[in-house]
Design a protein. Structure first.
Length: 242
């Protein structure tokens, strides 16, 4: 596959999947953000930090309209960046993935990356509404979360490389090894330092919607890239791209 065609497929796949992600987030996550921010506003009024005035609400509504209008664009930008990574990994690993159709291969890889780069880190550091948590710990929380993603991703690659040294039935050894490794990391990593003060019903529903939003991206990028690849892939291809 020519480099230009490869890049075009990857960028379009990431863009479309990001568009799906942004649209889903706008539809199912934003209402919970409104609720969380509404609670925070009431706390500000109660503490005297802000006054419940028409001017406050005009400024607030303007900010939220601007924020919501960027939701889909943010999804597209994220889709292009993560989709590019996904495309490169798929190009390098597609011949090792089981399945007789590129959509199946692409969806399998998307599932693996969803689990290792999102679900497992999410289980350790689940998403919270933006008003939950101390502003002074935001950097620490970001470092912990990104560190867990990096460790999980690198660990998955390392155990995948190890699996290539084993024959068919013995490949399960590397999968078990990754499970043991990531479990140890899971319990060794520090807990989220912030106490949750928002209603747990709101937090749990927000988390569920967040999982659905991110999952919509991985499902979309897996299907779209697989369809494109199946359409344009050369039957005589011997390298990921040239």
């Amino acid at each position: 596959m020519k480099t230009v065609l490869f890049l075009t497929i990857v960028l379009i796949s990431g863009t479309l999947a990001g568009l799906v992600h942004g649209t889903v987030n706008f539809a199912i996550v934003e209402p919970y953000l409104d609720q969380a921010i509404g609670i925070e506003n009431q706390n500000l009024f109660a503490s005297g930090e802000e006054e419940d005035t028409p001017e406050f609400w005009v400024e607030y509504e303007g900010y939220r309209v601007w924020q919501k209008s960027g939701q889909i664009l943010a999804g597209v930008i994220l889709g292009v960046s993560v989709g590019s990574l996904f495309g490169m990994v798929f190009a390098l690993s597609k011949n090792s993935l089981p399945g007789n159709h590129y959509v199946k291969k692409s969806l399998l890889l998307a599932g693996i990356m969803w689990a290792t780069l999102y679900l497992i880190p999410f289980l350790k550091y689940p998403a919270n509404p933006p008003t939950v948590g101390d502003a002074e710990t935001v950097v620490l929380r970001a470092i912990l979360y990104l560190s867990f993603i990096a460790i999980s991703g690198i660990g998955a690659v390392a155990f995948y490389k190890l699996s290539k040294r084993f024959e068919n039935n013995k490949k399960i050894i590397s999968l078990v090894g990754y499970g043991i490794f990531i479990s140890a990391v899971f319990f060794a990593m520090p807990e989220n330092p912030d106490e949750i003060t928002a209603p747990m019903s709101l937090v749990n529903e927000f988390r569920l919607m967040s999982v659905l939003g991110v999952s919509s991206f991985w499902i979309s990028v897996g299907i779209i890239l697989g369809l494109f690849w199946n359409r344009f892939e050369s039957h005589k291809e011997t390298t990921p791209y040239t």
